[in-house]
Ligand binder design. Structure first.
Ligand SMILES: Nc1ncnc2c1ncn2[C@@H]1O[C@H](COP(=O)(O)OP(=O)(O)OP(=O)(O)O)[C@@H](O)[C@H]1O
Ligand SMILES: [Mg+2]
Length: 301
């Protein structure tokens, strides 16, 4: 794989009013790579992509694409330069046909022959879109809408594709299909920055990964190494099952105790203590260690 740098982010700070959403993050994406950015809800993953795309203006820091400073450029200019985003939740135009959605992806293109070539390539990649080209995008299934959103992004022939949670809301089989497509796109030459909560799948196809926690990058490295990292395993790869066990056990203590009525009558103070203990333990795992929720999500997918 070539080591040519496609994207470099330096010390990016983004605020939404008083909310400091990105706290000086830096990352690089090299040509031909899939780089994944993983993290829990609200970590700042979408903010990172939206800032690269020019939809959100950073307070400080730099975004360098193919050696050019694109910080603060408009979204329109950034698409022109070769970056395209598949947004979170697909955002297809529901009342427009599949074909019209794809046409919008190439709205900057004037060359009709090139437009046709790109359309053929997208239809070859996603035969289901070809079968449904006249159908309203809003009537497509979740997986088909994801394919349409990816097809629309491909219509601008991007050199860097930003994917925001492509697996969101899809059944496990479709998640596999979408990830296989992402891998293929990459093998055919598209560099990809992939944002995911499904850390397991993302790390399985990525070359490199970054872990984002409340606006800061806390870990980074080759994807395989990250997948083996105990912190990542515990927080994002289902290692939390230990936490779930503690969670369930802590709930079971008072339930089992309740079954023993005689135990309760004879040990009222102890029983109250057990309920208090269960409350504290659950509170700790649910609210203090916020990753708990995202890890549940990772396990489901
Ligand atoms: N338009 C906005 N206005 C105000 N705050 C925002 C806005 N967009 C995001 N935020 C806040 O910025 C932080 C990062 O949000 P972001 O959407 O980037 O997280 P995320 O990692 O993509 O989360 P998720 O996995 O839920 O999509 C959150 O605290 C969020 O509430
Ligand atoms: Mg998001």
């Amino acid at each position: 794989m070539s080591e040519k740098e496609v994207l470099r982010i330096e010390e990016l700070n983004v605020f939404y009013g008083a909310i400091h959403a990105l706290k000086g993050i830096s990352l690089t994406v090299n040509e031909g790579e899939i780089v994944t950015l993983i993290g829990a809800n609200g970590a700042g993953k979408s903010t990172t992509l939206n800032t690269i795309c020019g939809l959100v203006k950073p307070k400080s820091g730099k975004i360098i694409f193919e050696g050019k400073d694109i910080t603060g450029k408009t979204a329109h200019d950034i698409v022109k330069m070769g970056i395209s985003q598949v947004p979170e939740g697909r955002r297809v135009f529901a009342n427009m046909s599949v074909l019209e959605n794809l046409e919008l992806g190439a709205y900057l293109l004037k060359d009709k022959a090139e437009f046709k070539r790109r359309l053929i390539r997208v239809f070859e990649r996603f035969p289901r879109l070809a079968e449904r080209k006249g159908q309203l995008a809003g009537s497509l299934s979740g997986g088909e809408q994801q394919m349409l959103a990816m097809g629309r992004a491909l219509m601008s022939a991007p050199r860097l594709m930003l994917l925001d949670e492509p697996s969101m809301g899809l059944a496990p089989l479709l998640v596999k299909e979408i990830f296989a497509i992402i891998k293929e796109l990459n093998e055919q030459g598209t560099t990809i920055l992939l944002v995911e909560q499904n850390a397991h799948m993302a790390l399985s196809i990525a070359h490199k990964g970054y872990v984002l926690e409340t606006g800061k990058i806390v870990l980074s490295g080759p994807a395989r190494q990250l997948a083996e990292n105990p912190q990542v395993k515990e927080a994002y790869l289902g290692g939390v099952k230990g936490g779930q066990r503690r969670h369930i056990l802590s709930l079971m203590v008072p339930i089992l105790a309740m079954k023993q009525r005689r135990f309760i009558c004879m040990n009222m103070p102890l029983f109250h203590f057990l309920i208090f203990y269960a409350f504290i333990i659950n509170h700790y795992f649910i609210y203090v260690r916020k990753w708990h929720f995202s890890s549940y999500k990772a396990i489901w997918l």
